[in-house]
Each structure stands twice: as structure tokens, then as C-alpha cells.
Ligand binder design. Structure first.
Ligand code: NAD
Length: 406
């Protein structure tokens, strides 16, 4: 039997379970990476659709010159369906991309463990469930890891390799190596709420919603400041509308619950109100913006500003409130990153990589901490804590960096 605790687990065959949005994309990059890939879905129409979509995506990539006709053909030849979980036997790594439901994933992992044998690495693509809870009661928990891809998997370069307390170094390293061969950049993450990237992204929407509540600026002004001064591709409110306010709210509630109700992660009342009124964003025609036939906003002017910047003169050219918006946002981004570092959720360099590759941020959160400076961030957080309460309590690490001691 191969030793999953050892450092040199060789992966040749990959199974992907769940042929939806994520599973089909993951199967695509697995077979492009040279792996013999078996795709399974218990819903036969879903499996058939996945098997149809995948060659289409490979052909599209040839047109866009992402890979050659020969590479696409070889990738297609490596893909086969698994009509039952039993047909995944012989896979060295199985990546689960089934619906986000703890009971369903626990049952599925028990079935996979029985079908694939003790030597197969079993990985979950869950975004929000604890990997440890999915792995509970599965034999050989050392071979269970998280392998969290971003949507769409074929375009987003990041993959988080999530370690539970039981995951072996051999299983983690083999999973990271498979991620690299699939053309992704793996980073290591601890099994904490949101792992690295989704957690570090929390302040982008949450702090923007609080600024809206406090009347710092309206949604369109905050978005403009973030795009033109912050260098973000989309403002937080446009992004909330795109994701769906209800989807983002349930993520916010899950963080708040899993984190033990910290004030910093308390979901926004404004967002809750909008969701209860059915204002869910693009999909309902209205969220923070109204969506009709035309574009929801004017295109941005080219102000010749090199974003991200906190230069007061440059920011004043965007909006009078831009400096207040960006300093407050960056202070909370710096604070969340400092809390995450204290909890050893990921390595510092990995945190910046995660946000650049997983969310297309112009800088990582530690680079943003340098831009604002820990002293300025802590000064602002202290002021806000006095006015607004413990959502702004600075992390001991950030306080120490600012020279304020633990
Ligand atoms: P999806 O709904 O598009 O696909 C899920 C697939 O699982 C469907 O084809 C369904 O038929 C199949 N399925 C249903 N029951 C199953 C079972 N018992 N066993 C195996 N397959 C089953 O969902 P998705 O968006 O691809 O998400 C899948 C997973 O990936 C979730 O855990 C989600 O949290 C995670 N994820 C999603 C995104 C995203 O943006 N969509 C990003 C990262 C991670």
C-alpha cells in the first residue's frame, strides 16, 4: 500500500465528483495537465452536460490560443465518465465538487473512501464548510484535504490547499503538486472559516457596507473611489450586485457563526434589509444599482491616476470622500490580514498571492498594509473603535507593528 504520510505520493489518475460549474472546470484543467480524468455525477443529465461542455471549452481555448489543437485533443482523450462512484476506484486523487451541504458531503466522502481504498487522497472543493467536519469519521483522515479552486477554475490561477489537523504532509504536498501540474498556483491554508482568500476579502464588502450605513459616502461614490483610487476592477457594491446580495449575506452569516460572533464579522443590517425586500442585485433587476437594458453606470474617466494610491491630492480629483473611503477600507483589510497572521491561517507571501490571483486585487493585503502604514491604520481603527465599537478593535499584531505594543 502506498504511504500517504510519506512525502512522495505520485498522482496519475484524478477523479472529479460533481459535474457542475466547478467540477467541469476542474476536470478540464486536470486533463489538460496530463492526468487521466474521470468525471462523476449521480444526476445523469448533469454528467452528460458536463461531458458535452468540456470538449466545447477545450475547443474555445484553441480558438483563443490558450492551447494547441493537439493539446486539446490529447486532453479530450484523457477524459472519461464514471457512471458510479465505484468506477472512481484506481484514482489517486478524487476532487469533490458536489453541492455545499455538510451532510451530503459527509455521506459522499464515506462512499468515496470505501470505493477508492485507503491510499487515495480525497479532496473537497468546499468554500465555506470546515474540511475537518467533512472528514469526521472517515478512515485514514490523514489523506483528506481541501482543494479550493476559484470560479471559473480554468481561468483563476489560485488553488488553496487546506490542511486539517490530521492531513499528512505527503497528502498536502501531492495535492499542491497536482494543482501546479493543472496550471494553478497552490497556497497552503489552515482549516479556518473562509481559509485564506475568502476571509481576507471579508472587509471589502463588510467595511463598505458600514461606510454606507455611517454616511461616509453613497454606494456609487465608494465604488468609484475603489476603482479609480484603489485600483480594484469593480467596486464593492457592483460586486455585491453581481454575486447576489442574498448569496453574500449567507456567506457573511456563516463567517459570523463559525467565527464565534465577532463584532468585526457582524453581517450588515442594510444588506439584510435589502435582501428581505427582494433587492438581490443583477438577478432581481435591482440591488445597489438598477439594471435595465443599458449599462448600470457611466464608464470611468481616465484621470491618469496610478492606483492604488493614498495620495490626498490625487484622491481629491476622484471624489472629495475618496481618501476617507480608501483609508478606512485599507485599515480594515490590514487588520483582517493581521488577525489571520496571528491565527497562522497562511504564510504572509501566500496571503498576497491569494488576493492577487483569487480576487484580482491590485495589491495583496500585506502590501496594502505597507501602503497605508500600520501606524495610520491603528490610529484610524482606534478612533473608529471609540465611535463605532469593537468591530474596529485593532489586532494585537497590527498594534505591535505600529509601535503601540501588544
Ligand atoms: P453546481 O450546483 O454547479 O454543481 C454541483 C453538481 O453536483 C451538480 O452537477 C449536481 O448534479 C451534483 N451532485 C448533486 N448531488 C451529488 C452527490 N450526492 N454527489 C455528487 N455530485 C452531486 O455547484 P458548484 O457551483 O460547481 O459548486 C460545487 C462545490 O464547489 C460547492 O462545494 C461550492 O461551495 C464549491 N465552490 C463553488 C464556487 C462557485 O463560485 N460556484 C467556487 C469555489 C468553490
Amino acid at each position: 500500500m502506498r504511504d500517504v504520510l510519506g512525502p512522495s505520493v505520485e498522482i496519475e489518475r484524478i477523479g472529479v465528483v460533481g459535474a457542475g460549474t466547478m467540477g467541469t472546470g476542474i476536470a478540464q484543467i486536470a486533463c489538460l495537465g496530463g492526468y487521466e480524468t474521470r468525471l462523476h455525477d449521480p444526476v445523469s443529465e448533469a454528467l452528460e452536460q458536463g461531458l458535452e461542455r468540456l470538449p466545447e471549452a477545450l475547443a474555445k481555448g484553441v480558438k483563443r490560443e490558450l492551447w494547441s489543437e493537439g493539446e486539446a485533443g490529447a486532453a479530450r482523450a484523457r477524459l472519461s465518465p464514471a457512471r458510479s462512484v465505484a468506477e472512481l476506484a484506481g484514482c489517486d486523487l478524487v476532487i469533490e465538487a458536489a453541492p455545499e451541504d455538510l451532510g451530503l458531503k459527509q455521506g459522499l466522502f464515506a462512499t468515496l473512501a470505501a470505493a477508492c481504498g485507503p491510499e487515495a487522497i480525497l479532496a473537497t472543493n468546499t468554500s465555506s464548510l470546515p474540511v475537518t467536519a467533512i472528514a469526521a469519521d472517515i478512515p485514514q483522515p490523514e489523506r483528506i484535504v481541501g482543494m479550493h479552486f476559484f470560479n471559473p477554475p480554468a481561468l483563476m490561477k489560485l488553488v488553496e490547499v487546506v490542511a486539517t489537523e490530521h492531513s499528512s504532509e505527503g497528502a498536502l504536498e501531492a495535492t499542491a503538486a497536482a494543482g501546479r501540474r493543472m496550471g494553478r498556483t497552490p497556497i497552503r491554508a489552515k482549516d479556518r472559516p473562509g481559509f485564506v482568500a475568502n476571509r481576507l476579502a471579508r472587509p471589502f464588502s463588510l467595511e463598505s457596507l458600514r461606510m454606507l450605513e455611517d454616511g461616509v459616502a453613497d454606494a456609487a461614490t465608494i465604488d468609484r473611489a475603489c476603482r479609480l483610487g484603489g485600483g480594484f476592477r469593480m467596486g464593492p457594491f457592483e460586486l455585491l450586485d453581481l454575486i447576489g446580495l442574498d448569496v453574500n449575506l449567507s456567506v457573511a452569516q456563516s463567517f459570523y457563526r463559525q467565527g464565534g460572533n465577532p463584532e468585526r464579522w457582524r453581517p450588515s443590517a442594510i444588506q439584510g434589509q435589502k435582501v428581505s425586500e427582494g433587492l438581490l442585485g443583477r438577478k432581481s433587476g435591482q440591488g445597489f444599482y438598477t439594471y435595465g437594458n443599458g449599462p448600470h453606470r457611466e464608464p470611468d474617466p481616465d484621470l491618469g491616476i496610478e492606483a492604488p494610491t493614498l495620495d490626498p491630492g490625487e484622491l481629491a480629483r476622484i471624489e472629495p470622500a475618496a481618501e476617507a473611503v480608501l483609508t478606512r477600507l485599507l485599515a480594515q483589510i490590514a487588520n483582517e490580514a493581521a488577525f489571520a497572521l496571528e491565527e497562522k491561517v497562511g504564510a504572509p507571501a501566500d496571503m498576497d498571492t491569494a488576493m492577487r490571483l483569487g480576487f484580482n486585487w491590485p495589491l495583496g493585503p500585506l502590501e496594502m498594509t505597507e501602503l497605508i502604514g500600520p501606524e495610520r491604520a491603528v490610529r484610524l481603527l482606534n478612533e473608529l473603535q471609540a465611535e463605532r465599537g469593537d468591530a474596529y478593535s485593532p489586532s494585537p499584531r497590527l498594534a505591535a507593528l505600529s509601535g503601540g505594543g501588544e
